[in-house]
Design a protein around this ligand. Sequence first.
Ligand SMILES: N[C@@H](CCC(=O)N[C@@H](CS)C(=O)NCC(=O)O)C(=O)O
Length: 220
Amino acid sequence: MTSPPLQLISFDLCPFVQRAVITLLEKKVPYEVTYINLAKKPAWFLKISPFGKVPVLKVGEEVLFESAVIVEYLDEVYAPFMQPKDPLARAKQRAYTEFANQLFMAQYQLCQADKNLFDHQLESLKELLSRLEPVAQGPFFAGEQPHLVDWNFAPFFHRLLLLEQAGAPQLLTPYPKLAKWANNLLKRPSIQASVPEGFKEKYLNYILNQQGHLAGLISL
Ligand SMILES: N[C@@H](CCC(=O)N[C@@H](CS)C(=O)NCC(=O)O)C(=O)O
């Protein structure tokens, strides 16, 4: 008997969902995706999502939430295993997944910031990047081969590169290892394919619609 396919509940611009998609694509695991409107969450979704957030992964009758947990589950169940064997190295990568969460938040806040808050948010993001540069080994987080933690950072770098190309401050310029890491990630077919068609325009239009200070710095 074949097991029912995995079902991913998604929102098209969500960086947390993108982590799960990258992991599924890298491992070539078939899955079904259901997009929901986060501004009008369906009742069935609110019933199964403990925080009312995406991603949610349905595994048969079970429901998993929290992107970092979902990608670890996928990594444990579907080959190849993408985490270091050494528990200390593995724990360090988990800790840096939490660091990536902070980057997502700082990037989100920069996109929302008005003129008064913009410089402060920009500094917060630069501070995080300056802490990450000495940690990244290059060409990926922990050397020659990507690990699961790379998929957890990829949505941040994906958005950062799109913003830089659209005219936003060039935040990666002082950080050569991060710049190389970001570009290496974006070269991967899985990462290119992990967002819906027209993602670049949708994402930039979303920023423009926020009408924050950043909207005045970028163009499509
Ligand atoms: N810690 C969660 C964060 C997920 C999250 O914030 N998802 C956003 C979309 S990108 C969401 O569903 N927001 C809906 C809400 O907060 O009401 C994870 O890693 O999965």
